[in-house]
Ligand binder design. Sequence first.
Ligand SMILES: [Zn+2]
Length: 308
Amino acid sequence: MMRQFAFLPAIVLALGSAAAQEPAVPLPVPRPPLPEVKPADEIRQEAAQAGNKSTAPEGVKSEEMTQGEETPDGENTKAEAVILPPVPQKKPAAPRPVNPETGAGSPSPLPAPAKIPVQAKPAFTLEGAKACEQALRKLNVAFTVEKPIKGPGHCGWPRPLKVTSLSRQIKVRGDIKLRCEVVHALARWSKETVVPSAILHLKEKPTAIEISTSYQCRRRNNARNGKLSEHAFANGVDMMAVRLESGKRIPVIDRRGSAEAERAFQAAIRGGSCAYFTTVLGPVTNASHADHFHLDLAIRRGGYRLCQ
Ligand SMILES: [Zn+2]
């Protein structure tokens, strides 16, 4: 379906090129009696959402992959890669032909990865932090303000929070230090998605969320070089499992192929997490995320989100 749409502009381009021998700049093309030609941006987004490497322009993917926290190289395109577009969308570009296989004719060629600006550390203001902390209190999050983490290098965060529970019902297992906004996202996610999903799919209430890693000064994928992980800014968290009232532990694992209710539960909380976090990686991403969800609030150009 999407392939059909994606190829239409290419056909239009091919016809125009054959006649004029000038394929570079498409002249105003009379509207063909074909289904509407979608705006190039829309085509690119749909291609990206489909997670199909053969239909997604390389430029879009490569940018997201380089900006994505802990994003694997290569492997991820086999998974259910879904790059969510920003809402609302920015400029609606005029319909222009894009070759879905090569990306040729893409209206705004994206810069090579090397030219992408260095990822910014999240901005901090004391007023913003205190307003966020007030929001946590309204959600009954139990936390304490810890002393600033300063370095080494760019690592650290001025006002990390130590969190022991995300609500009156949901405790946190693990020694976590995070910036307030991540805690807020976790608290809302647990309240609005994890609790109802557990009741719906597993027929009991969750009591705790297990966290393995929160703040940690390191690079993405623990590599020796490259960009710092969002963990290094207290801006990312690894979630391992949910504990239920019965004491049962529901770990994050690759549940593809399973017919059990745990699969539906995990799919529900993973999907829901994409509404609160800008990066969601998990077992379908690659082996290094086989036993947890990585959730962070990385800032990307254009507000793009990475949800896998
Ligand atoms: Zn992580």
